[in-house]
Design a protein around this ligand. Structure first.
Ligand code: SF4
Length: 321
């Protein structure tokens, strides 16, 4: 395994509400990212995955915990990161329609980050770089003078990727980058992201609710439930041998393309109950009200993450060795 680029330690992000209520959107999350890999962070809606993205991208301040990026603790600087740190960690959002300014041409959107992060570049240099960025994401140079509304959803998302690349990032946080796109376009965007990762040695934190997508994209997978991590593993190990009851439930319901994959799937486990509100997380294991394997201890004591095999950890009281 290559060197760590990001170390997240016991990260918490709480949102206070009225009447002393608190949304614990992210609660004690610890994870690592290694240079050049894709870590798939998977969770249902409301699991806190986008909140983690926003904290790591410097858009939200952490409530507690540490975020070490190349040795610097970003959690301690709050939202005040250096220009270099801001440029090196970029985020691509789910909906390119709302993340691109409709009144700016593609060229202006691509040049704007350069005027902040690459001030030594001449106007001509910026124009040239904007066209190089378009080429890098597989779009023709003539798109530079179009407005976002004149482009398709996949093209707009590739422009968002190009804009993120304008600051020469090392780490890209991809927050559901294809879920707003037609299935036929998704594959094109994913394939371009994979090519760019190889060419530029990018590290991806790929956030999604779509486990089947992770089968083809991720090197490692981490599962999030109500702001807490349940299981982390290398992707191959994760799909062949899921250990956490929640992971097994998720995997049992994803569609697969081949008979071999169908054989590897856990037997269908029907989902019991709804995901509870993050304002009112159950005591003990957050999943215990829905878990068919629960033990008496599960409603009383919060389980701790433990390593079962190299790189494969689960947060569960079950006696798995
Ligand atoms: Fe189920 Fe208990 Fe494991 Fe939670 S800790 S997943 S309730 S067995």
């Amino acid at each position: 395994m290559t060197k760590k680029i990001l170390e997240v330690r016991r990260l918490k992000k709480y949102f206070p509400l009225k009447n002393r209520l608190v949304v614990k959107a992210v609660d004690d999350v610890t994870l690592d990212l290694y240079e050049g890999e894709t870590l798939g962070l998977v969770g249902e809606s409301g699991s806190g995955k986008s909140t983690i993205a926003y904290v790591l991208a410097g858009m939200y301040e952490a409530t507690d915990g540490d975020i070490f990026y190349r040795g610097d603790n970003l959690a301690k600087t709050g939202l005040y990161r250096t220009l270099k740190q801001k440029g090196e960690i970029q985020i691509v959002f789910q909906d390119p329609g709302s993340s691109l300014n409709p009144r700016r041409t593609v060229r202006k959107s691509l040049i704007l980050p350069m005027t902040i992060h690459d001030r030594g570049l001449s106007r001509e240099g910026m124009n040239r770089r904007a066209e190089e960025l378009l080429e890098a994401v597989g779009l023709p140079g003539e798109f530079a003078d179009r407005y976002p509304r004149a482009l398709g959803g996949g093209e707009r998302q590739l422009i968002s990727v190009a804009r993120a690349l304008a600051t020469h990032p090392s780490l890209m946080i991809l927050d559901e980058p294809t879920s707003a796109l037609d299935v036929s376009i998704q594959a094109k965007v994913i394939s371009k992201l994979i090519d760019l990762q190889k060419e530029l040695n990018l590290t991806y934190l790929f956030i999604t609710h779509d486990l089947s997508l992770m089968r083809n994209v991720a090197d490692r997978v981490a599962i999030l439930y109500l702001g807490r991590l349940c299981e982390q593993a290398p992707a191959a190990d994760f799909f062949e041998n899921p250990l956490h009851p929640y992971t097994q439930m998720l995997l049992s319901s994803i569609p697969v393309a081949t008979l071999e994959e169908e054989k590897l799937k856990p037997a269908r486990i029907s989902s019991t109950g709804e995901i509870p509100s993050p304002v009112n997380v159950p005591p003990g294991c957050a999943f215990h009200l829905r878990c068919r394997d629960r033990l008496p201890i599960c409603g009383q004591e919060r389980p701790q993450m433990r390593e079962i095999a190299p790189g494969h950890s689960i947060c569960c009281h079950l006696p798995i060795h």
